[in-house]
Design a protein around this ligand. Structure first.
Ligand code: AMP
Length: 310
């Protein structure tokens, strides 16, 4: 049976509070839709941890800069419902709000001194929706994907906070595919005392190793083949560490060579501490190797955790 769809925030909050009164625990899986097996694995994990799970499907304009194309983000709402209907093991509802930045009344641009004052704007500000409160996780949001996408994590932390306040979940599940995002949400929840357990879920991959992503459909067959260099080079780097290689410069070099050899355009290859996300030169404790690279017009990210006790 297809899951119930809740379209507005007041009904969502009412539903959650009714569940709570029945003594049920609530899980939340935030997504932007166009669901694939990676998303579904998060939903299954949430269902093992809580009585009911809310899957939010909302393409968040607050995390897209005004130069990034929000309108071409892939969507297939009825397909998403069919996929969720096939999940067993507990009750799932879908929260699919129209616009979480519409507060009623007239939309108006916040006066920021004109023309954005050289600031990078999100689609929310560009659209003149009048929203002006943002959550920043100041240090963790700066590196990795934050370098090339300056409003991205501010938008993510803010929409996740809004969803937490609307859904009031006990547990929220995030994919380690977006490693920096997961760590940022964990830190935000700790720093701001949200009473919500944040769970990181393993990366779901295609049989050939490519990390599942809504963006993969935009790859041509040939680009998709070349993009396999990402997961392959990460696996090779992990094997090299197991064989005793600890120099991050050498490991990064090895990965970059493979990506460039497959005609990928590297955004970054970084080896960072798993919690602080600070760059590491020599592997002595747990690290994560993070990659962002373009194949054709598609920017892909992937990572691999390396746990070592030297
Ligand atoms: P998105 O719809 O891309 O914003 O992703 C929604 C959630 O699904 C995020 O927590 C992602 O990290 C997670 N996710 C996306 N792709 C994967 C994947 N291949 N494996 C595990 N989680 C994923």
């Amino acid at each position: 049976m297809e899951p119930e769809v809740i379209r507005d925030k007041d009904s969502m909050r009412k539903w959650s509070r009714a569940m709570r009164l029945q003594g049920k625990t609530i899980g939340l899986v935030p997504t932007m839709g166009y669901l694939h097996e990676g998303h579904l694995s998060l939903v299954r994990q949430s269902l093992t941890l809580t009585d009911v799970t809310v899957v939010s499907i909302y393409v968040n304009p607050g995390q897209f800069s005004s130069t990034e194309d929000l309108s071409t983000y892939p969507s297939d709402f009825s397909g998403d419902l069919t996929k969720l209907a096939a999940i067993s093991g507990g009750k799932v509802v879908v929260f699919n709000p129209k616009n979480l930045y519409d507060y009623g009344g007239e939309t108006k641009k916040i006066n920021d001194g004109g023309g954005g004052g050289g600031r990078v704007l999100s689609c929310v500000e560009e659209g003149g929706l009048g929203h002006e409160t943002w959550i920043r996780v100041e240090r963790l949001e700066k590196g990795l994907c934050g370098k090339s996408r300056p409003v991205f994590f501010r938008g993510v932390a803010t929409i996740v906070t809004k969803l937490f306040n609307i859904v009031e979940p006990d547990v929220a599940v995030f994919g380690k595919k977006d490693y920096q995002q997961w760590r940022i949400i964990q830190r935000m929840v700790r720093d701001l005392d949200f009473g919500i357990e944040i769970v990181g879920s393993d990366i779901a991959r295609e049989k050939d190793g490519l990390a599942m992503s809504s963006r993969n459909v935009r790859l041509s067959d040939e680009e998709r083949q070349r993009a396999l260099s990402i997961s392959r080079s990460l696996a090779m780097a992990k094997a090299s560490v197991a064989e005793g290689k600890t120099s991050c410069a050498e490991l990064k070099d090895m990965i970059i060579k493979q990506l460039v050899g497959s005609a990928g355009r590297v955004d970054y290859v970084e080896i960072v501490d798993q919690e602080t996300l600070e760059g590491v030169e020599e592997i002595k404790s747990g690290v994560v190797i993070c990659v962002a690279a373009w194949f054709g017009t598609v920017r892909l990210i992937d990572n691999i955790e390396i746990d070592v006790s030297l």
